[in-house]
Design a protein around this ligand. Sequence first.
Ligand code: GLA
Length: 392
Amino acid sequence: MDDSSSLFPHDLPDQFGARFGRPPEVIASAPGRVNLIGEHTDYNEGFVLPVAIDRRTWVAMAAREDGRLHFRSETTNEDVEIGLQDADHHRRKGWSSYPAGIVALLRQQGVPVGGMDVLISSTVPLGTGLSSSAALEVSMATGTLALAGSSLPSQELVRLCQRAEWDWAGVQCGIMDQTIAVSGKSRAALLIDCRTLDTETVPLDPSLQLVVCDTGMPRTLATSEYNKRRGECDQAVRELGRHAAGLTSLRDVTQEQLSLFGRHLSETPLRRARHVVTENERVLQAVDALWLRDHRSLGKLLGASHASLRDDYQVSCAELDVMVAICQSVPGVCGARMTGAGFGGCALALATPGAVGALTEAVMSRYPQHTGRTPSVVTCTVGDGTRAVRVG
Ligand code: GLA
């Protein structure tokens, strides 16, 4: 646990005091993320390359003696109060399901979690594909553990937060968002092998800016279509398994096997498999391009990833396609693609610092003309993983 108090917004203790009439004991935080490349590969045991960003979710908390949980969201201006015993059943109830799930799961693990007041404050935009939910789960888990004087190994923390997403929010997400929220490193992307959970830091070229362009398109299909894609990938593994021995996930499938046996697959599972198999290769090539500072190759890989997500995985939408095309047309932008689960949300562009102004201008003027929606453009720097500070 960190002991520096320069690590959280200075007004957070006062906000907590104003709401709860006493100071917080612990302040914890975790970052949002953008994924450079490796989309919809994590739940197929493949490779991903996300970056923790400088947008974070903070939780300020203090224990209470009456076994009640009071969650206060400064973002939505809502308060939710439940009993400790109710946390297990507090599911599919919007943002408050996440802290409830974390409390219930930690208690199941034997961590001595009692009642508490929790104030949540965040600069991660909600529901735009920057992983606001993982930032909330991980900050909540890190803070609750610190308050209980307990800890968990990183991989167990990651799995516990993923479980909260599955069982309390109903999204059968992979492991990427929670892993980067726990283990993100400043100035680097994190190559995650989602089969072994091994990670490797890959330095980011400081001459590339991460520019996040929000389509303003709500991600209404994100949960249902996301879960459907998982089922289609499982179907692809089953169908391919009749022809190639030893396959347990799409991670095991090679391009050669796909060309040999692809004709035996139904059309949709074939498309899904083709995306995952080629995307895994693109991730590893992108790692090489980053090490070599080969912006041209990196840009091509981002473009190919977007095309594959649009055509084979079918998780893009007209707004994301327009956004990516605008980004790609601006000189000095090395590459662009949708980032996150898709169905709306954000595109990521990698741009040289001199190109950010022109990129912002192009998006703000051309995107509304094509879509009738209002975009926003944010330049992110690289943040780091979760941390907790004892303040009281
Ligand atoms: C969401 C999920 C992740 C991952 C991405 C798509 O962010 O939470 O696990 O599957 O979508 O790459």
